[in-house]
Design a protein around this ligand. Structure first.
Ligand SMILES: [Zn+2]
Length: 384
């Protein structure tokens, strides 16, 4: 991965190049920012640049022996630590047990999400973790001498999933860094990391992708998709490539327009719940229940986003804050008044609970009927 292949993050890349040119390479960095913006790719591109033997024009060459190994992320001095799951054959898993799948996962796209990783290793119903036994692996990596490179680079994906024993081992490594070793921690929740780790590490904020950057990225993967669909999806994705990709994939797989189907179901659900029309509620619930589990989860994610945008619209009236398609914006002009400080937390809670229950295989008819009845009450809560 060369810097030229990275979409967006131009300023961050200049700052990273600067650290090498001015010989101010840190021993530990935290890349923090939301999911789906390319943080892993950026970390790999920096590691490749550091070790390239023929750097030119602010980028790695892509041709030298080191670059070739980085291109397959198979350089012996590039190490990864990431959340893993227990399987029937692996009861004490460490990252190394999953390294082949990890390489494949990282190489298949420039953008990566945690749930996608769990699905990739066939474990979307389990929680991943960086387990205590990973400490041994961290010690092993630290004690390794560098094989070929100038810098040994250890990329730790989602240190917030780290067991405390492993986190303390990492802290010790960062406190007494072995020479020519760079740790790059990639996090979506920097506040949850040990303060002692944060204070010894240089924090680098990785920004969301702009509309144009997200479009450029989507066009690489979905070059057949028409511009109207792309623009709609970009609007609702808030710079998150993973969300945009999932929505587009669902549309491609089902041959349906998921975005408008979600819109229709959501608006029906809200209207019927508000008017407490039991016959209509039952019809809507029937319709949602016919969808598969994954589609139901995506519908709930859609609903949470729609509620959040309406809340923001209600309290701010700043159109720039909003990520809505034209149809959604029209509906929201009236709907926004029903979503306010007095009910937003409870609404989020109910939808999040529903999401959780679906992952636990709850019966959809009972679950969505129950949700509609709760909505009937919550939508009538007065703003003041
Ligand atoms: Zn090179």
């Amino acid at each position: 991965m060369q810097f030229k292949d990275i979409i967006g993050h131009k300023q961050t890349i200049s700052a990273l190049i600067d650290t090498v040119e001015k010989n101010r390479i840190s021993h530990a960095l935290i890349f923090y920012g939301q999911e789906g913006i390319g943080k892993i790719s950026l970390a790999i591109a920096y590691a490749q640049y550091l070790n390239c033997t023929n750097k030119q024009n602010g980028d790695s060459c892509g041709e030298c022996k080191s670059c070739k190994k980085f291109a397959n992320i198979a350089h012996p001095d590039l190490h990864f630590v990431f959340p893993v799951v227990k399987t029937p054959s692996i009861s004490n898993p460490v990252s190394l047990d999953f390294i082949n799948q990890w390489r494949e996962f990282v190489l298949k796209s420039k953008f990566h999400g945690y749930n996608e990783w769990l699905q990739f290793i066939g474990s979307d119903n389990l929680q991943g973790s960086i387990y205590a036994q990973e400490s041994q692996e961290i010690i092993r990596i630290i004690n390794l001498k560098t094989f070929e490179a100038q810098y040994k680079v250890v990329i730790i994906y989602l240190p917030e999933k780290m067991n405390i024993t492993a986190a303390n081992k990492l802290l010790k490594a960062i406190e007494e860094p072995p020479p020519y070793t760079l740790f790059i921690l990639i996090t979506e929740d920097e506040a949850s990391l040990l303060t002692t780790i944060r204070s010894r590490t240089q924090l680098i904020k990785i920004n969301n992708l702009s509309v144009d950057e997200l479009k450029e990225a989507l066009k690489e993967e979905f070059n057949d998709t028409d511009d109207v669909t792309l623009n709609d999806i970009i609007k609702i994705s808030a710079g998150n490539y993973i969300y945009a990709r999932q929505t587009l994939q669902q549309e491609t797989n089902s041959g349906e327009n998921i975005l408008s189907e979600n819109f229709n179901l959501f608006t029906d659900m809200m209207r019927n719940s508000y008017s407490l029309n039991i016959q209509e509620i039952t019809n809507t619930v029937e319709e949602i229940s016919k969808l598969g589990r994954e589609r139901q989860k995506s519908f709930i994610e859609y609903s949470i986003r729609f509620l959040r945008e309406n809340f923001i619209l209600n309290i701010s009236d700043d159109k720039n804050l909003n990520y809505l398609t034209k149809k959604e914006a029209e509906f929201s002009s009236k709907f926004k008044q029903f979503i306010h400080k007095k009910n937003i937390d409870k609404l989020f809670e109910e939808f999040n609970n529903a999401f959780f229950d679906i992952t636990r295989n709850a019966a959809p008819k009972i679950l969505f009927l129950d949700l509609c009845l709760k909505l009937a009450k919550l939508l009538k809560v007065k703003p003041d």
